[in-house]
Design a protein around this ligand. Structure first.
Ligand code: NAP
Length: 282
């Protein structure tokens, strides 16, 4: 019998701002598990990622969450991947087993659940517009393209990245960033997956006046919690979904796999995160 803590963490660059240690730390505390969840900086590039993962496995980590810019590296590093991670072409959760590594993409289920909780069923969404084509967009588009029956249009500053995602699906197309305003007229669900609007980043400048009254708007940026996009949508009386529910829900499968306990996602956890975001604003 050993008293060593169970180890897991989140890797990315930058990583200091991550809320994941707070989420997992709270779940460890609640469950009384002798565990540790660290934020670990790994510089961009596949080689540094591979070296970092090899080292964490050597140190006995059970696995990691993976955030920007490593979600595609995580899929490449894994020996096996859940079908949804393969489809998305990105992974945000790695489970280290004795001799192999398994990749999951829980952004997909996290995003789907956050919409469901706001009363939005993906199967009923006809036209979705996605802003951005980074690592997180891969999960969001997988959710929209596979669970939804409608069309998905991606707008990204670097169009080639949107095209690379669109090529994975029959019902997804890529468009030039500056054509976005015209697409809003027919949009039922608008999702921002860019890092625009995030604290210390430039604002997302978009006029949503043309969105239909029945449209919903989701912003996966959670710092600040109410982005200017969500504020504008609320002012128009549209249904809005912030990024915090997705963040909590994407975290749960990793926790269960590494620490062997099913975590509870509740208002208390959300309030803890909201308080931390408020504290950081000061
Ligand atoms: P990423 O891979 O770095 O992608 C960033 C995206 O933002 C790209 O599409 C990029 O366009 C676009 N972008 C950045 N600066 C821009 C600018 N000045 N003008 C136009 N577009 C710009 O990041 P990510 O991992 O996808 O994360 C994106 C955001 O989602 C972050 O704020 C992150 O915190 C958030 N997120 C939230 C959750 C959650 O659970 N709520 C989960 C994951 C991520 P280019 O391709 O042209 O560079």
């Amino acid at each position: 019998m050993t008293n060593d803590p169970i180890l897991a963490g989140v890797v990315g660059s930058p990583i200091a701002h991550s809320l994941s240690p707070l989420i997992h730390g709270e779940w460890l505390r609640r469950a009384g598990i002798n565990g540790r969840y660290d934020a670990i900086e790994i510089e961009p590039g596949y080689e540094p990622f591979k070296i970092g993962m090899d080292e964490l496995r050597r140190r006995g980590f059970r696995g990691v969450n993976v955030t920007l810019p490593h979600k595609e590296n995580a899929l490449q590093y894994a020996d096996a991947a859940a079908p949804v991670a393969k489809q998305a072409g990105a992974a945000n959760t790695l489970i280290f087993e004795d001799a192999s590594v398994k990749a999951l993409n829980t952004d997909v289920s996290g995003f789907t659940t956050s919409l469901k909780q706001a009363g939005i069923e993906l199967g009923e969404v006809k036209n979705s517009t996605v802003l951005g084509a980074g690592g997180a967009a891969r999960g969001v588009v997988a959710a929209l393209a596979c669970s939804g029956r409608g069309a998905v249009t991606i707008f990204n500053r670097t169009k080639e990245k949107a095209e690379a995602i669109a090529a994975l699906y029959e019902n997804v197309t890529a468009q030039d960033w500056d054509r976005c305003p015209r697409a809003l007229l027919k949009t039922d669900l608008l999702v921002n997956t860019t890092s625009l609007g995030m604290t210390s980043n430039p604002a997302l400048e978009i006029d949503i006046a043309d969105l239909p009254r029945s449209a919903a708007v989701a912003d996966i940026v959670y710092a600040p919690l109410e982005t200017s996009l969500l504020r504008a949508a609320k002012e128009r009386g549209l249904k809005v979904v912030d990024g915090l529910d997705m963040l909590m829900h994407q975290a749960a499968p990793g926790f269960e796999a590494w620490f062997g306990s099913k975590p509870v996602i509740d208002n208390e956890l959300r309030e803890l995160l909201v308080t931390e975001l408020e504290r950081r604003k000061q």
